[in-house]
Design a binder for this molecule. Structure first.
Ligand SMILES: [Zn+2]
Length: 336
């Protein structure tokens, strides 16, 4: 069987004709296999959903328990059959519950990796390479200029700034799923044990991570209404970037705005957002990590879903690995 006949792009997303299911569909479908809980991959409105229990829980937190008709929890590393197609979920190291999806039929193995990263992250299981004929990868940071610096060193910049400006509140922009909890965990690892204040929109997912055994230390609501401005002097306050333009943010004392994202490597982006302290921290691979992963997985062929696909396809071709872009639409560039 040609790999294309086993899995190919459609307007609704990657479709598997023999199995009659989609992977991370962008429109409601009958049967969806979901790699992880970020909103561009996990959408509400499907009938049957196969995902890890943690991804199903995260979808229920975000969309309500009725986000689909029939949820099916899948154990990592266990395969099952869907209309004769063998399916397996393997850790992707991206956020809690994230998985790569293996699809195997008639001797052809394709791995759709979803979003993934290779950095150590105590808030989720590490990526596991899975042998396959076709490896499907994203290419968010697939340019040689993208090299994420050391995570600890980036968080140390924040800790140093907190020490240097004890009268200020540090407002740290983080996306709610994955980034927030990873940043908290890194801050704890750097020895900052004081309470961390969180915007209300982060609370449910932080609670959920805690319920899954990920210790985030003492988290307090960042509510300014009932407290004096000075209460937050020297505090680290986490919130979604969108909240920083609100009245909410203006109430903190001498706020210093920070933002944790892979995009903070692009000085212009930090400037546009008015970020005073950019922290380069991504839940996606940088250029070297993408290449290392492809060499380690050693597929016959690489398909690139979205992002900077040109450079990655060119690199594969130069290294005698067949590659092509899929031009999938509906997936964001680390908007979470
Ligand atoms: Zn993601």
């Amino acid at each position: 069987m040609r790999p294309d006949d086993l899995l190919h792009p459609t307007p609704k997303g990657l479709y598997c004709p023999p199995g009659d299911f989609y992977i991370d569909p962008v429109q409601p479908v009958e049967t969806a296999l979901i790699t992880h809980g970020h909103a561009d991959h996990a959408r509400a409105g499907h009938d049957t959903v196969f995902a890890t229990q943690q991804t199903l829980d995260i979808m229920a937190i975000r969309y309500g328990a009725d986000h689909c008709t029939a949820p099916h929890a899948v154990d990592l590393r266990e395969t099952f059959s869907l209309n004769g197609v063998t399916v397996g979920f393997y850790p992707a190291g991206h956020v809690l519950g994230s998985a790569q999806i293996l699809v195997e039929f008639d001797g052809t193995r394709i791995v759709a990796s979803g979003d993934y990263k290779r950095r150590k992250d105590p808030t989720c299981e590490p990526f596991e390479p899975v042998a396959c004929d076709v490896f499907i990868t994203e290419a968010t940071f697939a340019l040689p200029v993208f090299r994420h610096p050391n995570d600890r060193a980036e968080i140390d910049k924040l800790i140093a700034s907190v020490r240097q400006f004890p009268e200020s509140a540090h407002l740290v922009g983080v996306y709610a799923l994955g980034k927030a909890q990873r940043v908290i965990s890194l801050i704890r690892g750097a020895g900052h044990n004081a309470p961390i204040y969180i915007h209300g929109s982060l609370a449910k997912l932080c609670d959920y991570y805690e319920s899954q055994g990920i210790d985030l230390g003492v988290l307090e609501p960042a509510t300014v209404a009932n407290s004096k401005k000075g209460d937050f002097a020297g505090a680290i306050v986490l919130g979604p970037p969108s909240a920083f333009t609100d009245k909410w943010a203006r109430r903190f004392p001498d706020p210093i705005t920070c933002f944790c994202s892979g995009w903070m490597q692009v000085r212009q982006r930090a400037k546009q957002r008015g970020v005073e302290l950019p922290i380069i921290l991504s839940d996606h691979c940088d250029w070297d990590e993408l290449l290392d992963t492809i060499l380690e997985v050693a597929p016959k062929e690489v398909w690139v879903t979205h992002g900077r696909d040109d450079a990655l396809v060119r690199w594969c071709t130069m290294n005698n690995i067949k590659a092509r872009p899929l031009h999938l639409v509906g997936y964001e560039d680390e908007n979470e």
